[in-house]
Design a protein around this ligand. Structure first.
Ligand SMILES: Nc1ncnc2c1ncn2[C@@H]1O[C@H](COP(=O)(O)OP(=O)(O)OP(=O)(O)O)[C@@H](O)[C@H]1O
Ligand SMILES: [Mg+2]
Length: 259
């Protein structure tokens, strides 16, 4: 495992200073993510999921342990990744296509070479025909699809997603999770996907990391042994076994109460 790990979190922790005293967001995080693996993280609000994602991206310093990506210690922001946040942040004066191309422009890459890539991504995420629309002419789900395309257009080896479906309705979430699966199966990027949804985590991931309430710890890492493509309308009974197993972990920790 160690030598094939692409991302390694070794005893990682984060304490935020605050006026009321230090806040430990998470601690003792040990996780090795393989190249091309899809890892989902589920955990209660405030357990440090976003903090972990930001530390991997180099956007927040960690206060304990170490993070390595491809053998290099993360000690500041790095650009070889794509990030999708809960709300699609698109520039209203640029067309959908030009929003996707933003990454190409910022990185001063060859526009001619990347235009077909951008169009293809819009195609496979169901945005064909909307390339020249402005973001305000799109639905929330379409905007989020565009932001996923933008995160991928420069072909980064790593895709970080922080509750990318958080602001979407249930039906759109189902559709976009199928879109994400399709894109991931084609591109095989290493993916870290943070969600509050147990079924979404099981649906998409090779492994689901289950976290305790703050200060967040990894309670369990569950291998999801389901063939792809996984279809929401044809999930085998073992799917429910996985989701129930994760629910049991949360119940045991008082995160979920059923009775
Ligand atoms: N920039 C910050 N400064 C101080 N404290 C912070 C900061 N960001 C997060 N925290 C604290 O760290 C803890 C974890 O926050 P984080 O955003 O990582 O949780 P989360 O698991 O992503 O929660 P949610 O599911 O609600 O998004 C919280 O207690 C929060 O108050
Ligand atoms: Mg968060």
């Amino acid at each position: 495992m160690a030598e094939e790990a692409y991302i390694t979190l070794d005893g990682v922790g984060k304490v935020y200073p605050s006026k009321a005293g230090p806040v430990e967001a998470c601690g003792d995080i040990n996780l090795a993510i393989r190249r091309s693996e899809f890892v989902a993280v589920v955990g209660p609000s405030g357990c440090g999921k976003t903090t972990i994602l930001k530390m991997i991206a180099g956007l927040q310093p960690y206060t304990a342990g170490s993070i390595q990506i491809d053998g290099r210690r993360v000690d500041g922001p790095h650009t070889d990744l794509g990030i999708v946040f809960q709300d699609a942040i698109l520039l209203d004066w640029r067309s959908v296509l030009e929003n996707v191309m933003l990454q190409v422009d910022i990185r001063k890459l060859d526009r001619a070479a990347y235009l077909p890539v951008a169009r293809h991504l819009l195609d496979i995420t169901g945005l064909k025909g909307f390339e020249n629309h402005k973001p305000f002419e799109l639905s929330g789900g379409m905007r989020q699809r565009a932001s996923i395309c933008r995160a991928l257009v420069h072909d980064p080896p790593l895709l970080l997603m922080d509750e990318p479906f958080g602001a979407l309705d249930a039906l759109t979430r189902e559709q976009i999770s199928m879109d994400i699966q399709r894109v991931w199966m084609e591109k095989r990027k290493t993916a870290l996907f943070i969600t509050h949804s147990i079924p979404e985590a099981v649906l998409l991931a090779d492994r689901v990391v289950v976290m305790s309430p703050r200060p967040g710890r990894i309670v369990e890492i569950i291998d999801i042994d389901l063939p792809r493509p996984r279809r929401i309308d044809r999930l085998p009974p073992i799917f429910t076994d996985y989701t129930n197993r994760i629910r049991e972990i949360f119940k045991a920790r008082g995160v979920l109460a059923m009775d």
